[in-house]
Ligand binder design. Structure first.
Ligand SMILES: [Ca+2]
Ligand SMILES: [Ca+2]
Ligand SMILES: [Ca+2]
Ligand SMILES: [Ca+2]
Length: 339
């Protein structure tokens, strides 16, 4: 009798448990996931600014038992969603999602976010990564204001595989595109006193990151990062130009600003155009100025001195309050000056 009563009690107890159980299982699955992706990475392979392409890699959560997959979003910041990119089911392995080339980055978007999800919904805290938009420009695009891809001033740019043509001190230099599209707009001045250019040598092939600026008429890159891709010495053949066309106001002065050029068979017409000042400038045939920014010709040339050729970087800088700024040729060394 006693044992029968116990059986009844036990039966009621067990039935309570078993009728209660399905409910409690449902309520368990109503819980949002607590496990997040272990890793999120992406490298932009689209070289255009404002566009992305490449593979997003999502490391599976260390424990995926409480999630069914991951929602990949654009992010306004490291928490705020900016639009769903994809729903990705868990597979038990790390996942990849492809962003197709030329995918435009919407205004305001700067992150990728990955939220774990299950039948109850999404976890409220994502894994995030800031998007780095790789934005390569050629020197041509930066120097040629009419290029459809010309960047705005103060844009961060990367320039890939250009050749160093001249070095000034330990913080500035000139680079030029390898001779593939001709010479116009192919060279530019790189400057930043805060970045040590170390062992950089003329002829090195480098990749640079920096900010594009116009400094009193001179296009330049404010250097942030420099990578020597090839420490060999590639040669840029100087372009032979007519001094009249590259002197101040000449029709090609802007085109060849920053470019290694050569003038042939010229004579000194003014030994010191800044007299009574002396800025170590002199003027040759057709009023082209030669300056000592990279190399001082010694002794000072005098009127009617002739040169078989002078090679150098063409630049545009301020001379004096009396005469303003000028287009100038900068020989780099003794070997650039042939009597
Ligand atoms: Ca593109
Ligand atoms: Ca890009
Ligand atoms: Ca320019
Ligand atoms: Ca000078």
């Amino acid at each position: 009798m006693k044992s029968k009563a116990l059986t009844i009690i036990l039966t009621i107890f067990l039935s309570l448990i078993f009728t209660g159980c399905p409910d409690s299982t449902v309520s368990d699955s109503n819980l949002l996931p607590v496990n997040r992706a272990s890793r999120l990475s992406f490298t932009d392979m689209d070289r255009n600014p404002g566009e992305l392409g490449g593979s997003i890699s999502i490391g599976k959560a260390d424990d995926e038992s409480d999630l069914t997959g991951y929602y990949l979003y654009w992010g306004i910041d490291s928490r705020i969603k900016g639009g769903l990119i994809a729903e990705i089911q868990k597979t038990g392995s790390d996942l990849t999602f492809s962003i197709s080339e030329n995918t435009a980055i919407s205004p305001g978007v700067g992150f990728f976010l990955v939220f774990s999800n299950n039948d109850a919904g999404e976890m409220d805290i994502p894994v995030s990564m800031e998007i780095e938009d790789i934005a390569f420009f050629s020197v041509f695009e930066i120097q040629d204001l009419s290029s459809p891809d010309h960047p705005e001033e103060n844009t961060n740019v990367e320039i890939d595989e250009v050749i160093v043509t001249a070095i000034k001190g330990n913080d500035s230099f000139w680079v030029q595109e390898p001779e593939i599209n001709g010479y116009p707009y192919s060279g530019i001045f790189i400057y930043n006193p805060g970045v040590n250019i170390g062992s950089l040598t003329v002829g090195n092939t480098i990749t640079i990151k920096g900010e594009y600026k116009e400094y009193f008429g001179l296009s330049e890159i404010s250097l942030e990062e420099l990578v020597i891709v090839n420490s060999g010495t590639s040669t840029i053949t100087p372009l032979v130009v007519d001094p009249a066309n590259v002197a101040t106001g000449g029709i090609n002065a802007e085109k060849y600003e920053g470019v290694l050029v050569k003038i042939e068979t010229v004579a000194v017409i003014d030994a010191n155009p800044e007299d009574p000042l002396d800025e170590n400038e002199f003027m040759v045939t057709d009023h082209l100025r030669i300056d000592d920014e990279l190399y001082l010709i010694d002794p000072d040339p005098v009127v009617d001195d002739t040169f078989t050729s002078i090679t150098g970087i063409l630049t545009y800088t301020y001379t004096s309050s009396a005469s303003g700024s000028h287009s100038k040729l900068l020989p780099r060394s003794e070997s650039d000056v042939v009597k």
